[in-house]
Design a protein around this ligand. Sequence first.
Ligand code: HEM
Length: 409
Amino acid sequence: MKSTTVMFEEDPILICLVVALLLASILIRNYSSRSDVQEDGTSPVPSSPKAQVSASKRNPGQWIPIDFKAPDPPPYPDWDVKLTKPLPYRPFKHGPTYFVNMGLRKGNFDDWIELDNEYLKFHAIKKERIETRGDKLCKTAPEALDAAIELLEILCDYLPTRYPSMFTRTSVGIDNTVTNERFNIVQRPLAEEPMKTIGRLIQDDIAIMVEGSDGQSYLKSGSIILPGFWKLEEKFDMNLSEIHTSGNVPQFREKLEKGMVNFFKRVMPDDMVIRHNYFMQVDDGLAWSHSIGPEDASNVGWFTAERDKVVENHWFRTERQTLRRLPRSGGVVFTIRTYFHPVVDVAKEPYVPGRLASAIRSWGDDVAKYKGSEKYKTVLLKFLDQENQRQIDSGLISEGGQSHLKYPY
Ligand code: HEM
């Protein structure tokens, strides 16, 4: 039998045929990925060919475990529980128009969980809240228990590799050598509800979505300890549409619902996506924004907040959220990492007051209402305009210039 090389040498027609086939396959691949771009202009949901095949084969609510493990992350460079500063996410854009969209971008498994020198503060607040009201904040439905345990197992692998100066992998789980906590995740029954343990390990809040036989994704497990504006107990068991419409998320039906539902059906374990959002608060409540009413009240909202509080009471809240599917259980994990700073501090950063003021002015009426701007915008915009002018006058920034730092920083 002739070798392939010899066949090619002898048959130029065959070579032309192979080249033509290769070109055609490249064209088809480019075309299909371009047709994947969403209407809102955000990045397409990354899905490998393998993932697409598995996704199209499965029935709603069914999951066939996939043999996938994210690569071990490298240690976070020079990470130190006292020195590593929170990353300065400032995910707002200059106006004139604010577009509601999913805003999903491709994420990197190495950066999945971000910890910094606010860890001990977050940990103390979480610990106190788990002790005083943990059953309301951390909960798992029986059909999501495997997903919650799978997530715990993944964290026990990820954290010691990513943050070796704080975590150690043990034969039964994980130790936190800074807080002196030891977690055994193999004993049964577990020492505590797994989402409480997860809450103690990381700064993020977590939601796990499980697909029902109707193909919708339901909130079936959560560690929602620092949510600011919403409560796990009110959204538990809801599907994605119910979660968002009950919160009056602006333009949900028109701009978000279809893409979101499709995303949850298709996301596969080897995909990870990130999105960022931002809010203003007129109090310093990381766990609960008490200016919208007491945490246990049934009817809370911006309508109860005090108007025009002095700017020293204004806080900038931004969330970095990630989504990935767990390979064994099929649950989709939603991480919510909150970064929370006084506005007066954030406004010291070059170009930030000008850009934030422009972003706030770009909100349509629906977004402004959702974000409660009536209660703070007069005071806040006056302050941001002054700070912007101060930055121009001092030569820190140029008028009309833009930060060299890439969005969302
Ligand atoms: C593709 C995924 C998702 C997208 C694009 C999305 C989008 C949004 C948007 C645009 C908002 C308005 C505030 C903001 O700008 O963030 C919002 C609010 C919210 N989302 Fe999502 N979301 C997603 C997934 C989820 C998941 C998995 C949960 C599960 C808990 C969730 C729970 C919420 C809640 C509780 C709110 C606040 C609603 C309220 O004010 O009551 N989201 N989401």
